[in-house]
Write a protein that binds this ligand. Structure first.
Ligand SMILES: Nc1nc2c(ncn2[C@@H]2O[C@H](COP(=O)(O)OP(=O)(O)OP(=O)(O)O)[C@@H](O)[C@H]2O)c(=O)[nH]1
Ligand SMILES: [Mg+2]
Length: 303
């Protein structure tokens, strides 16, 4: 390829919950933008990031995992993911290295087949299984449809992830640079901070509590000496959840805050003073107005 000919395009990252979509995207762009956790339904919004090298530019869309929606938030998330497919130049379909193909993966396969988009199948978490299991998984998925490429990776250990980038560039058309080369994401800083807090809550809290949490950044100001003052609110669904989030003598909230502050300091490259508040909004996950307040607006509708 001549050096002045650049390729570019949109790559939608699709898959069921918890298969490692966000982990993979972070590795592909070399920076942690999307939050990750060992719990389903971690990602709630489409998250756009940009990767640029001499070959051109890849715009990634990390999406919420496809699952059976149990509330309006869940419906929004599934819509948010499926909505990215028509605009994608390439779809990265992420699955786990497991020869048993479940209901959601079968559905995703059907959708992708119908879309007619070029699909790269990424078989992830190969570090957890025997080589033979990876081979069996590849065989099982090969029987479903035709792919532009199948790549077995471990996103967590960065095994073969470079091959994913190569395969994407092979599929992309020649095209313009949509963003300048320093751009990594279009996520506003406030939203990234809110997500950092939500990630810690997801990782630290047990059972269903973290799924009923939303986080908003209420204010974010930098002092002359560089220190950032940030205030954020954790919204939960029940008074009893509020008690657990705050913890004995505020211990739990302190833990969430301390971990989120470290992430925020890394991103902002300065000291951070993070104040967290907790409030209850019953059934917010089924309220259109509150969903909108917390940044979950249906695709195509007003933001
Ligand atoms: N062992 C292993 N774990 C992985 C790998 N990739 C991701 N994980 C773990 O799998 C869990 C889910 O990862 P995420 O990246 O949050 O998954 P996701 O597909 O974005 O999940 P949702 O946003 O909920 O749809 C996390 O605990 C990751 O650390 C991998 O290659 N190997
Ligand atoms: Mg995710």
């Amino acid at each position: 390829m001549r050096n002045d000919v650049k390729k570019s395009g949109y790559v939608s990252i699709i898959g069921r919950s918890n298969v490692g979509k966000s982990t993979l995207m972070n590795h592909l762009i070399g920076q942690k933008i999307a939050i990750t956790a060992n719990k389903p339904q971690t990602t709630r919004n489409r998250i756009q990031t940009v990767y640029t090298d001499v070959r051109g530019q890849i715009v990634y869309l990390d999406t919420p995992g496809l699952h059976k929606a149990k509330n309006r938030l869940g419906e929004f998330m599934v819509e948010e993911a499926l909505h990215t497919i028509p605009d994608a130049d390439v779809v990265l379909w992420i699955v786990e290295a497991d020869p048993f193909i479940g209901r959601f993966d079968l559905e995703i396969g059907e959708r992708l087949k119908q879309s007619g988009k070029p699909v790269i199948l990424v078989v992830n978490k190969t570090d957890l299984v025997e080589k033979q299991t990876v081979k069996d998984a590849v065989k099982a998925y090969e029987a479903l449809m035709t792919y532009r490429k199948i790549i077995a990776v471990s996103a967590l250990r960065s095994v073969n992830t470079g091959k994913v980038t190569d395969a994407i560039f092979e599929c992309l058309p020649e095209g313009p640079m949509y963003f300048d080369e320093d751009t990594v994401t279009d996520q506003p800083m406030r939203q990234i901070v809110a997500e950092m807090v939500r990630e810690k809550a997801l990782r630290i809290l047990e059972e269903e509590i973290p799924h009923g949490i939303a986080v908003t950044t209420d204010s974010m100001k930098q002092r002359k000496n560089g220190l950032w003052d940030i205030e954020a609110t954790i919204v939960c669904e029940k008074e009893s959840h509020k008690g657990i989030i705050i913890g004995k003598g505020g211990a739990m909230l302190k833990r969430i805050g301390a971990q989120a502050r470290m992430d925020a300091e890394k991103m902002l490259e300065d000291r951070v003073n993070l104040k967290l508040y907790v409030k209850v909004r019953e059934n917010w996950r089924d309220s259109d107005i509150l969903l909108k307040n917390y940044g979950y607006t249906a695709p195509g509708k007003d933001a």
